[in-house]
Structure formats: C-alpha cells, structure tokens
Write a protein that binds this ligand. Structure first.
Ligand code: ATP
Length: 434
C-alpha cells in the first residue's frame, strides 16, 4: 500500500505562488473531466530535496491527450500530442511546458515476472520508472490536493541518500538505467544501494549492454557530462568498469580524471566571463576522455554512438588539430599577438577550452585565454569600399590587405581608421612602388 501524507504546508513554503496556482489549475482541469491526476517524478523528487525543478510531469489516470487539450484551452496555451505514446505537451503562453502522460491499465503489457495485478494505473506507471526516488507522486485534484503518495519507499531513500531500483529485473529491462543510477548518485551526492550496486555489477558481468543501442548509451553519457560536476560520475563509471562497456579500448584512469579536473576549471573560468555563450560542455569532457585512444578506437566509439558528422568532426578531426596546434604554440611562445591569432583562430569554444585544459605550460594556458578574451573578435575598421575609394582594384589582393591590417591591429600598430588607411597606403606602395 502507498504511504500517503499531506505536504501542502511544505508545498506552500517551497514553491512559488505561480507554480502552486498552476498546479491547482491542473487539478481543477482534471476535476472538470472527472480524472485523477498527479505531478510525478523529477519535480516531486527535487521538491523533497529542496532543489529547483523546471519540468512538470503530469500523469493522468485516463486519457492524457484529451486532458492536455482541455488544459491547453483553459490556460490559452498550445498542445502537441504524441498519439503513439499517449503523451502530450501543453505549452503555456509564457513558454512554460507541461508534460502529460496517460496511465491506463490497458496500456501496460505486464512485464514478465512482475506481479501487475491489483495495481492502480498510477502505481503501475510509477512501477515502470527507474529508481525509487523518481516514483513519488503528488495528487493535484482539488480533493486531496497536496497529498504525497509513496508506493515504493521513495521518501525513505531520499532520507537515506540512496539510489535504489524498484525491482530486481530493472537493469534487465533497461540497462541504460546503470548510467542513470550513476548520474543521480553524482548529482545528489547519494550512494547506490547495496543490492542495486550488486545488480549493476551483475549487469556488467553478464554484459546486458550487448544489444543496447549506442545512441542510448551516448544520450546517457552526454547527460552525465552535461552535469554541473561530472567528475565523480566518471570515477564511478571507472569503478564499475563501464568504460569497457563503452569500448574495450577506452581507459578512464586517474590521469584522465585529473585532466577532467582541468576541464572543470576551464569551463568555470569561461562561464564566469561569458554566461551567454552556449557551447557543448559534454564535448570538452568527452575530448579529454578519448584523447589517448588510437584514432581507430575513437572512430569506432563515434560510430557506435552514431554521432552526427559535425559532432564527430569536433571530437576527432578538430580535436587532433587542437593537439597539433597546442604543440606548435607551446614551441613558439612567446609570440606576437598576430602569431597567436593565426594558430588559434580556426577553433571554436570547445577546442579552445580543451586546449586550455590540456596545455602543459602555464604560459600557453595564459596565451590561449588571452586570445579568447582579447583577440578572438578583433576585426579591421576599414571595409572593402574604403579600398575601392583608394583606387585599389577589387580582387584577391583585398583579402591579403585585410589580413595585413588585421595583423597590424592585433599587434597594436594601428588604432584609428586613419591609421589603417595610412597602413594600407604603405602596403600598397610597397606592392606597387612608383
Ligand atoms: P532530470 O532532472 O535529469 O531531467 P528527471 O528525473 O526529470 O531528471 P528524465 O530523464 O527527464 O529525468 O525522466 C523523467 C522521468 O522518467 C524520471 O523521473 C524517471 O522516473 C523516468 N525515466 C526516465 N528514463 C527512464 C528509464 N530509462 N527507465 C525508467 N524510467 C525512466
């Protein structure tokens, strides 16, 4: 039986009035259709952990799609439906999204060996989830609004700081949950329960991952690498020998872990300065994870993960280039700003951060950060039309001149537009002396 408890005071204390009002509206919409409904999963877990959550997942005992349409009309929002999965997303005018799923007994094929009879549909829905901490639900109907429903001991495990599966066949059903266990343990600083841990070891020993799509493993790994601090998760991956599940040639030893610490510092440095620049955080960690593997192994990992060509190029071709250029840079330091610019200007943020993290010399690290903060966006003031006015014939010479003006600007030889025009005159006279 479920443990039930009124947590309304807790909800009122923890959640913003807007969110509470929204949850109440969802409950009212359910009542209007005679449906029982609950907010479930990560939202409730994060509420109990005093953490902010951006997603609202609703489970409706009945037709979730019909409910979502009704809610969308009530809140003057939009509704996208996925008939195949009986799910829908309601998008409010402010852009906020609410995921809606249907729990109906007839949707569930009883998983082998699991006693599914005698379960309400909400219980069955929660039973199919990954860990007990994700199985908490809060009733939203007006009658009983704010009742926490705990079928599987989620509250106990939150208190114990424990990641536990709900039943022993969990990893047989879906081995990607092994990666999810590590993600949650790392994120919340929880430990993986003893039985769950043994079942993970068992899953690895018996190689449950054999038939698992690389795409799903990659999706979970990427989520881990996008976490605020993924390093202890990678240590845990290593302890469980999951590196070998990703690829037998992958080694996640202490030297990789220590480079990941450098990546963490580089990303923190970047994000402090440039909050608004988006980049693939996971890719910087990933490049460090695979950097010592032979190209053949990296190629196989990328193919197994079905990385799109752009991402594959980023972590393979461009990463090798970054290693080469870093080597060149460390040999050429100290160098002029224009020299630094030419070595680094082909790289995107991901490679720049990778180079900062992997540089052997502090001097190189400083030079790369200097390039990124001071030189990367420098451009000449003159335009093509200025060259035209000066009587220079349009053609390949323009690029050459612009490049020289850029170098002069980088090296502090010119400041104003007049300086640049004069500089162009000088170059031009040298090219075509009278
Ligand atoms: P996050 O904060 O990372 O978004 P979340 O718990 O909301 O955490 P999601 O990956 O968005 O995680 O999944 C939503 C819900 O779906 C989870 O609470 C979990 O119960 C369930 N879920 C997701 N993946 C699985 C899985 N592989 N097996 C079982 N349940 C899953």
């Amino acid at each position: 039986h479920a443990k039930k408890r009124n947590i309304l005071p807790f909800i009122n204390e923890r959640l913003s009035p807007d969110i509470i009002e929204l949850l109440r509206d969802i409950g009212r919409a359910g009542d209007e259709m005679g449906l029982d409904l609950f907010v479930v999963g990560g939202f409730v877990r994060d509420l109990m952990l005093y953490r902010k959550s951006d997603d609202i997942d609703i489970v409706v005992e009945g037709d979730g799609i019909a409910f979502a349409k009704h809610l969308a009309v009530m809140k003057q929002g939009r509704c996208n439906t996925h008939r195949e999965f009986c799910t829908a997303v309601v998008i409010l005018p402010c852009g906020f999204k609410i995921d809606v799923a249907s729990s109906r007994l007839e949707y569930y094929k009883a998983p082998a060996a699991l006693p599914t009879v005698e379960m309400s549909s909400i219980k069955l829905d929660l039973f199919r989830r990954d860990f007990t901490i994700n199985t908490l639900a809060i009733r939203l109907n007006q009658e009983g609004f704010g009742t926490l429903i705990d079928f599987f001991g989620g509250q106990r495990d939150i208190k114990d700081k424990s990641i536990r599966i709900i039943h022993n066949l969990s990893f047989v059903e879906d081995p990607t949950r092994v990666f999810r266990a590590i993600k949650f343990a790392n994120r919340f600083n929880f430990t993986i329960g003893k039985l769950t841990s043994n079942l993970i070891k068992n899953a690895i020993r018996i190689d449950f991952f054999k038939n698992l799509s690389g795409l799903r493993v990659f999706s979970e790994l990427k989520q881990i690498l996008e976490e605020e601090n993924p390093i202890s998760a990678i240590e845990l991956l290593n302890e469980y020998h999951l590196d070998k599940v990703i690829h037998p040639g992958l080694i996640l030893d202490s030297s990789v872990i220590s480079l990941m610490e450098s990546v963490k510092k580089a990303l923190a440095w970047h994000d402090l300065l440039y909050l608004d620049i988006q980049y693939a955080r996971w890719a910087v960690y990933f490049m460090v994870m695979i950097r010592r593997c032979p190209v053949k192994v990296i190629d196989e990992i990328c193919n197994k993960f079905r990385l799109p060509p752009r991402q594959k190029n980023m972590v393979l071709r461009d990463r090798i280039r970054a290693d080469d250029r870093l080597y060149l840079l460390e040999k050429s330091l100290p160098c002029k700003n224009s020299g630094l610019y030419h070595i680094l200007s082909i790289f995107k943020t991901e490679q720049i951060l990778y180079m900062i993290a992997t540089a052997k010399k502090e001097e190189a690290r400083k030079a790369i950060s200097f390039y990124y903060t001071q030189l990367k966006d420098v451009t000449p003031l003159i335009r093509g039309k200025d060259l035209l006015t000066m009587g220079i014939k349009p053609g390949p010479a323009y690029r050459d001149i612009m490049q020289k003006v850029l170098d002069a600007r980088l090296d502090g030889l010119v400041d104003t537009l007049e300086d640049e025009l004069e500089y162009v005159n000088m170059i031009n006279q040298n090219r075509y002396p009278h």
